[in-house]
Write a protein that binds this ligand. Structure first.
Ligand code: ZN
Ligand code: ZN
Ligand code: ZN
Length: 262
């Protein structure tokens, strides 16, 4: 499936770390102790701006700090890849965006993801309680099929496997974001055809049951063939500069604060 070439996309990478973040609490390894700011990784999230919409993907435990650091002052909708804690625990901070936009904030995800969010944060979905800024005010939008639109922004969900768990990546024009996965189904390779910039999970060198290792991610990235691939969900095993020095041309570790246009 081809993206819509007229749909220009701007991407702001908010976080690139694995579930523990880097540095990890209580670790003094060379990467956790590194002075290089590229080795400091908050949990994985991005903002995508396209067709006049500002779309946040996931709400990490550091959402507030990430939005302050990257000056994110407007969000039109939130997309969720899955319900793991490192991707959702900052949900309460969405109330600030309710206030800024003076209205409800639509959130998008698979039914199972939204059910888990609603169980974790029931108050955020109680529409009869209107208490201004004291709680997020969210409306559910289930993703249950192919491409959909938020305003004029066209989004293609990319089904991925995260161990035994189905999760979603998302394609916006010629950019795709695929965090938290260790398998891309054949039908999803087809959905990724023609992407020019890809962000893909690459946890560490050693294999892992629910995340691509660096070698596995490189292999998948070569097959997808984007002009540029950035790796994310990075553990403390991978130092930024040492790892980038040995990656293929056109492949790099992402870092918090990375911005690019597609
Ligand atoms: Zn994760
Ligand atoms: Zn460490
Ligand atoms: Zn996960």
């Amino acid at each position: 499936m081809k993206g819509d070439p007229a749909q220009g996309v701007e991407v702001i990478v908010l976080g690139t770390g694995t579930s523990h973040g880097v540095p990890m609490i209580g670790c003094e390894c060379p990467v956790c102790s590194s002075d290089d700011p590229h080795d400091h990784r908050t949990r994985c999230s991005i903002v995508v701006r396209c067709a006049g919409m500002s779309l946040l993907v996931d709400t990490t435990p550091e959402l507030r700090l990430q939005c302050l650091a990257q000056r994110i002052n407007h969000v039109d909708a939130v997309l969720f890849t899955h319900h793991h804690a490192d991707h959702v625990m900052g949900l309460d901070d969405l109330r600030r965006f309710n206030h800024l936009r003076k209205g409800v904030l639509p959130i998008y995800g698979m039914a199972g993801t939204l059910d888990r969010l609603q169980a974790m944060f029931p108050y955020a979905f109680q529409t009869h309680v209107r208490t201004q800024s004291s709680k997020p005010d969210l409306t559910r939008h289930e993703i249950d099929g192919g491409a959909f639109r938020i305003g004029e922004a066209r989004i293609t969900p990319i089904p991925l496997m995260h161990g035994q768990m189905p999760v979603l990546g998302f394609r916006f024009g010629d950019f795709a974001y695929c965090t938290d996965c260790n398998e891309i189904p054949e039908s999803s390779f087809a959905l990724l055809e023609g992407v020019s910039v890809l962000i893909l999970d690459a946890l560490r060198r050693r294999p892992h049951p629910t995340h691509f290792s660096l070698d596995e991610a490189v292999e998948a990235a070569r097959r997808i063939g984007a002009t540029r691939t950035y790796f994310t969900h990075i553990a403390h095993d991978l130092g930024h500069s040492e790892t980038n020095a040995v990656l293929d041309e056109g492949m790099r570790l992402a870092h918090d604060g990375l911005r690019f246009a597609v």
